[in-house]
Design a protein around this ligand. Structure first.
Ligand code: GLC
Length: 480
């Protein structure tokens, strides 16, 4: 099958979150399975200024958005088995960050229109256009409305994957006509209307042939009328075309057996000595000379945002320290939370290590050296860190939501044979507290701890399984 992946980020070119992992790893795996998946991305400054990438200019055209006429260049970059097509317009994309600008609505309207045109320029007629999240949510609507009679797109089917339904892609109504060149009727008849605005994500739900999200539990959550996402009534109408597929993990990047950042590598058959050494190395890396390596160390690698439950973690640090534990936190995000993390570190500097920002090496050291990995998310469509931590033998402590629920079986006294983490339900400080308390008890019992660690390390979470699921979905779309 020929698949055009259209998204706002993809590894290794540009990454702000898990979306980039999925777009890349899924394409890679699809190509290994004899498909032809290409990735279309904006040609961001970060990509353009990276001397490692040797790109080829393929051509240019103009994109018309009512009275606006915008240049669009198309470049090609090949990395491994993946072809990337990069959409160039310096006014829109030659900026320091991928998002967060007042004109993001316009930037991604341009990108969506340009990505469709680029397929024609490079003469890649896909079977499936697979789009991800709000930035490109209007593409299925454009294909079905604007390009309805274009023979190039006849028979092309679209699949939308929802990674983060918090971002709905709200736009003023005038965007429809003024930027996308679509009729206002689509707003008036409700097809793209949500909360009195245009929502590009809702439009994606309405017009895609198939919709997926990144875990079965998150699918159920999105269909729940009481959920915070408010999409249930929209998705209810598309229920039969709506699937949940759990993400895989990049088993090359995250492999404790061949991890260049770890002081000692290991696998499920033999890990104790290596992990102990890695733990000491982790303690050194975070400059925590007073931490005794016999006691448990908790790790966090996360964006510092409300979604990730950082407040719950911070509120539990005094307890955790009092019990003899220590914690290392790596991440960046909301400035107010970054500030709180700094303050807690200042107060408990003998047992709390932090790194504000992203650092691959330290992240790997955390996975390879901590005993427990904290991920008490408020919501989590899939989540990847909990899966990585299992692979590395760090026991995940998660809230039972979305993909966390689907990938972690919390130990509950009777299910040791299958347990591969610890989990709790209530998104409260006490909810997490109870599980941390439990973690200390489990930690004190070598045999239990070993079983839970091993159960996690032995799981197969490679992308192949997920890619095969997506292929089934693509076939369903083609039958429509
Ligand atoms: C979003 C979700 C996260 C998911 C990722 C990749 O970042 O918040 O749960 O793992 O997308 O699908």
């Amino acid at each position: 099958m020929k698949i055009a992946m259209i998204a706002s980020e993809a590894n290794p070119l540009i990454k702000t979150g898990g979306l980039a992992d999925v777009v890349y790893s899924l394409s890679l795996e699809l190509n290994k399975l004899d498909n032809k998946a290409v990735i279309i991305l904006p040609y961001y400054k970060k990509i353009k200024n990276n001397p490692q990438y040797s790109v080829t200019f393929l051509g240019k055209f103009d994109i018309f958005m009512s009275w606006r006429k915008e240049y669009c260049g198309v470049f090609k970059l090949v990395l491994g088995n993946i072809e990337y097509y990069l959409i160039d317009n310096e006014q829109y994309f030659l900026r320091d960050n991928a998002y967060g600008y007042g004109d993001d609505g316009e930037r991604f309207a341009f990108f969506s229109l340009a990505a469709i045109q680029a397929l024609k320029l490079v003469d890649f007629k896909p079977d499936i256009v697979h789009i991800h999240d709000w930035q490109v949510g209007m593409i299925p609507c454009l294909l079905k409305e604007k390009y309805r009679n274009d023979p190039f797109f006849s028979g092309v089917k679209s699949v939308l994957t929802i990674h983060n339904p918090e971002f709905k892609g709200y736009l003023d109504k005038y965007f429809l006509n003024n930027y996308y060149g679509l009729s206002d009727t689509l707003f008036d008849n409700g097809k793209v209307r949500f909360d009195g605005m245009v929502s590009t994500l809702k439009s994606g739900i309405t017009f895609s042939d198939i919709i997926t999200t990144v875990s079965p539990t998150h699918r159920d959550e999105l269909l729940d009328p009481l959920s915070r996402f408010k999409f249930s009534y929209v998705l209810e109408l598309r229920k039969d075309d709506f699937y949940g597929i759990v993400n895989g993990v990049d088993t090359v990047e995250f492999n404790p057996k061949e991890d260049k950042y770890l002081c000692m590598t290991y696998d499920a058959s033999k890990y104790l000595r290596s992990r102990t050494n890695n733990k000491k190395d982790l303690i050194n890396s975070f400059h925590l000379p007073n931490v005794i390596s016999k006691n448990p160390i908790f790790g966090v690698v996360s964006r510092l945002t409300e979604q990730k439950g950082i407040d719950l973690i911070l509120a539990n640090i005094p307890y955790l320290v009092e019990q003899g534990g220590s914690i290392v936190i790596l991440g960046s995000g909301d400035p107010a939370l970054e500030d709180k993390v700094q303050k807690i570190r200042d107060k408990y500097s003998h047992r709390v290590g932090i790194y504000i920002g992203y650092n691959d090496e330290l992240a790997h050291k955390i996975y390879g050296g901590c005993d427990f990995f904290l991920m008490p998310s408020l919501f989590e469509p899939c989540g990847i860190s909990q899966i990585i931590s299992q692979r590395y033998g760090a026991v995940p402590i998660v809230r039972e939501t979305g993909g966390l629920k689907d990938t972690v079986i919390g130990y509950k006294d009777t299910n040791l044979a299958v347990a591969n983490g610890l989990s709790f339900q209530d998104f409260t400080v006490e909810g997490l507290r109870g599980t941390i308390e439990y973690a200390f008890r489990v930690y004190a019992d070598d045999e239990k701890m070993k079983t839970i660690v091993k159960n996690g390390m032995k799981l197969d979470r490679s992308w192949k399984t997920s890619a095969l699921e997506y292929m089934k979905i693509y076939r369903k779309a083609l039958e429509k």
